[in-house]
Design a protein around this ligand. Structure first.
Ligand code: ATP
Ligand code: LTN
Length: 335
C-alpha cells in the first residue's frame, strides 16, 4: 500500500525591511500554526528584493534579520525548511524557463506591478518579471498550498495559469497550487489610515507597528490610531468603521479569542478601553518574539548554519524538478 503524499506548503517573504504586524498576522502566524502536519517551505526571497533598488550592506543585514525574526516568531527549522532563495539556483533557472512560456500581457496586468512601478523613477525589468520568479518558487516544490496575505492572491492565480499553460504545452509537469488566505488578518490596515494596507515601505511614524518595536512605541502608535465618531465597538465590514474593525482584528489574532467573546468583553465600553486592551495584547504578544530575536541576532554564524541546512534540503527538491522541466522542454541534459 502506498502512503499518500503529504501536502506541500510554500511561502516567501522579502528581506526588504523590518516586519510589521500585518506580515506577522497575515502570513507568519499561519505558517507557524500549520507546522507539523504538512511539508513546509519558507523562503527568504532576496532575488525578489532586488527588483527595486537596494543598498548592498542593508540587504545583507536584512536577510539575516529576517531569518532571526522568522525563527523568533516560531518558525522551527526542524519542522520547516527555511532557506534563502539565492542559495538555490534552481529558482533563477526556473524563472527563465517560465519566462519563455508566459505572455507579456499577463504581467502587465498585475496590480502590484502597476502600484510599485508608479513609485519608481526608472522601472527595472525585474519588477515586471517578479511574478514569474514567484511562480518558479512555488512550482519547483510541487506546492499544493500557498499561505499569503490578500495582496498576493493575484500572483498565486497567475502561478496557476502558468502551471496550466505549461502542463498543456508539455504534459503534466506541475502541481496547480492554491492560495490560502485567512479571514481575519488577511489585510491589516495602516493605523494612521485604515483605508490603506499596512506596508513595510511606509516609514511614517504611526503607520505601522514593527515586530521589534518597544512597548513605548506601540503605546504611542495605538493611542493615535484613527477610529471614528460612532463610539460603538463591534466587528464590521463598513468602510466608515475600518479603523475600529482593524483594532478588533488585531486584538482577535493576538489573544486568540472568539469574535463573540471579544464583542461581549467590549460591550458598553469606549475607544479608550479598546485601545488600552489592544495595546496590552500587542505588547504581550510581541514581547517573546522581540526577546528571542535579540538573542538570535547576536549569533550570525548560527543563523548562517541554519540557512545552509535549509538550502541543502531545498536543493534536493528543486534541482531535480528543474531537470524534469528542462527535459520536457527538449533540452539535452548534462550527463
Ligand atoms: P511592501 O509593503 O514593502 O510591499 P509587504 O509588507 O507587503 O512589503 P512582503 O514581504 O511583500 O511585505 O509580504 C510578506 C507577506 O506578508 C505576504 O504573504 C503578504 O501577503 C503579507 N502581508 C503584507 N502586508 C500585509 C498586511 N497589511 N496585512 C496582511 N498581510 C500582509
Ligand atoms: N511576492 C510575495 C513574496 C513571495 C512569495 C513567493 C509568496 C515570493 N515568492 C512564493 C508566496 C510564495 C510577497 O509577499 N510580496
Amino acid at each position: 500500500m502506498t502512503t499518500p503524499r503529504r501536502a506541500r506548503v510554500f511561502s516567501g517573504i522579502q528581506p526588504s525591511g523590518m516586519l510589521h504586524i500585518g506580515n506577522y498576522l497575515g502570513a507568519i502566524q499561519q505558517w507557524v500554526a500549520g507546522q507539523g502536519e504538512k511539508t513546509n517551505f519558507i523562503c527568504i526571497v532576496d532575488l525578489h528584493a532586488i527588483t527595486v533598488p537596494q543598498e548592498p550592506a542593508a540587504l545583507r543585514r536584512q536577510i539575516r534579520e529576517l531569518a532571526a525574526l522568522l525563527i523568533a516568531a516560531g518558525i522551527d527549522p526542524q519542522q520547516t525548511t527555511l532557506f534563502v532563495q539565492s542559495h538555490v539556483r534552481a529558482h533563477a533557472e526556473g524563472c527563465w524557463l517560465l519566462n519563455c512560456v508566459t505572455p507579456l500581457g499577463w504581467l502587465e496586468r498585475m496590480t502590484q506591478y502597476k502600484m510599485k512601478a508608479q513609485k519608481q523613477e526608472s522601472i527595472l525589468t525585474g519588477l515586471l518579471d517578479y511574478p514569474i520568479l514567484q511562480a518558479a518558487d512555488i512550482l519547483l516544490y510541487d506546492t499544493d498550498e500557498v499561505p499569503v496575505g490578500e495582496d498576493q492572491k493575484q500572483h498565486v492565480e497567475l502561478t496557476r495559469d502558468i502551471a496550466q499553460r505549461f502542463n498543456g504545452l508539455y504534459g503534466e509537469t506541475f502541481v496547480v497550487p492554491k492560495p490560502v488566505i485567512r479571514e481575519s488578518g488577511a489585510r491589516v490596515m495602516a493605523l494612521n489610515d485604515p483605508t490603506a494596507k499596512m506596508s513595510k515601505s511606509d516609514f511614517t511614524r504611526g503607520h505601522a507597528i514593527r515586530v521589534n518595536d518597544s512597548p513605548d512605541e506601540i503605546r504611542w502608535v495605538i493611542k493615535r490610531a484613527v477610529t471614528d465618531a460612532l463610539a460603538s465597538i463591534g466587528f464590521s465590514n463598513d468602510p466608515a468603521r475600518a479603523g475600529v474593525n482593524n483594532l478588533l482584528q488585531i486584538y482577535e489574532l493576538f489573544t486568540g479569542q472568539s469574535r463573540e467573546s471579544i464583542e461581549s468583553h467590549f460591550a458598553g465600553k469606549g475607544y479608550g478601553a479598546l485601545k488600552a486592551d489592544v495595546t496590552e495584547a500587542v505588547i504581550e504578544g510581541l514581547r517573546p518574539i522581540r526577546e528571542r530575536f535579540e538573542r538570535l541576532i547576536a549569533d550570525p554564524a548560527e543563523i548562517d548554519r541554519i540557512l545552509s541546512i535549509g538550502a541543502s534540503q531545498a536543493r534536493a527538491v528543486a534541482d531535480p524538478k528543474v531537470r524534469v522541466v528542462m527535459d520536457r522542454m527538449g533540452f539535452v541534459l548534462p550527463a
